[in-house]
Ligand binder design. Structure first.
Ligand code: ADP
Length: 385
């Protein structure tokens, strides 16, 4: 937003100079005033700055005739016919408004392709006390709008996620205050504890996520991948036991399936707590979304400059329509199931951020009813293997 304002301010100054020079340079050739004429008569530097502004600029003279359009403004007219008509229509309306001395701004969605959100801003151009024309600026605010939307959704989601357990605790406590038989008291207090744990987990995950997202400088050191992967597996042993799922590690590159320890010395430059937290989330999910008697395997495979850490389960799988969205904060495929397994919906966002912080990525393949494979790919440092 600040960047846009700065640009808009810059454009405003240029518009004044441009329009004044254009008008004063027209002489007899009033109707043939085009960009080329402007180039001939004006300062090349101003011309180049205006031409290359990353926002669209359309100028009209005092009679309402369009006398200049920079390259960016032209680019918005190259889309599908409907988009082109919309852009032209809004520019025309705003120029007409500006000619009446009115400053106006509006935002418009173009359904493309490509899908864009544009901000049109029309204003009169005044030299001394005299209106000498009108200008419309067009800026692409697609990304800005998307981030804004994500932020709004996030706040709404956080409120919802925190309100649910707090609401439950309040009702349970109220009921508890009038309960007299010990069995009811024990049951209600157990449910309050469960809601409090859930609240605590959500807050913990939110704090982890915000620390990881804050991109505060954290210590990155060379780490042997098989070491921290083994450590993450050990951290999840109890969970695997509770869910009656067999958990093991395998290193595909060496063809060994007997475990990770000592099999592959490939290293990455990383932050141990972050990587452990990411793997913990992937392995815990694999366990949680497997049926009793299932198995989860964590594999390591080196692919030239990359190392892939794959967490493979044969659990419930993920429907194709949800695959793109599961890395979003609070997104859950099946809210009921996820709640019953105690999920916060933040685990995979944490994984994605950790992978990105380490110059890598996380991908998923899955089939409903057959299982899922989450792969965290990280860049290798040195060549220890
Ligand atoms: P949660 O804390 O709810 O598990 P995550 O962000 O870790 O949140 O995961 C988001 C959603 O993706 C989960 O609610 C679940 O629906 C789905 N999911 C994640 N991992 C798996 C998996 N291994 N198998 C099936 N579904 C999964």
């Amino acid at each position: 937003m600040t960047g846009w304002l700065a640009l808009a301010g810059c454009a405003g100054v240029l518009i004044g100079v441009l329009l004044t020079r254009t008008i004063s340079s027209r002489g007899e050739a009033k109707n043939s005033l085009q960009l080329e004429t402007y180039h001939e008569v004006s300062d090349k530097r101003i011309a180049e700055a205006v031409r290359s502004l990353p926002i669209g600029l359309v100028l009209a003279d005092e009679s309402g005739e369009v006398i200049y359009r920079n390259a960016h403004a032209n680019s918005y007219e190259r889309g599908p016919r409907v988009s082109k008509a919309l852009v032209r229509g809004h520019v025309k309306d705003l120029l007409a408004e500006a000619a009446q001395g009115n400053t106006e701004q509006l935002e418009v969605d173009l359904f493309g392709p490509p899908r864009l959100r544009l901000r049109f801003s029309g204003r009169p151009v005044v030299d001394a006390d005299r209106q000498i024309g009108a200008a419309v600026m067009i800026s692409d605010i697609t990304e800005e709008h998307r981030i804004d939307q994500v932020r709004k959704d996030f706040v709404a989601n956080v409120s919802h996620e925190l309100k649910t357990p707090v609401g439950a605790m309040s009702i349970l406590a109220e009921t508890l205050s009038v309960a007299d038989d010990p069995e009811t008291v024990a049951r209600l207090s157990g449910r309050i504890r469960k809601a409090a744990t859930r609240l605590g987990e959500t807050v913990d995950d939110l704090l982890t996520l915000s620390t990881i997202e804050a991109s505060e400088p954290v210590e990155f050191v060379p780490l042997v991948v098989s070491d921290f992967v083994s450590e993450a597996i050990e951290m999840c042993r109890d969970e695997a036991q509770i869910y009656e799922v067999a958990l093991s590690g395998a290193v595909q590159a060496s063809g060994s399936s007997g475990g990770l320890q000592g099999s592959d010395q490939v290293s990455v430059l990383g932050n141990r707590p972050q990587l452990l937290s990411a793997l913990n989330n992937l392995i815990t999910n694999a366990i949680k979304y497997s049926a009793a008697g299932g198995d989860v395997v964590v594999g390591l495979e080196r692919e030239s400059e990359w190392v892939d850490i794959a967490v493979v389960d044969r659990g419930i799988g993920i429907p194709e329509k949800d695959l793109q969205r599961i890395f979003e904060r609070f997104y859950r495929v099946d809210t009921a199931r996820s709640r019953s397994t105690g999920g916060t919906g933040l685990g995979l966002s944490i994984v994605r951020h950790v992978a990105l912080n380490h110059g890598g990525e996380v991908t998923v393949t899955s089939e409903e009813g057959k299982g899922s494979t989450f792969t965290m790919r990280l860049p290798v440092v040195g060549s220890g293997s």
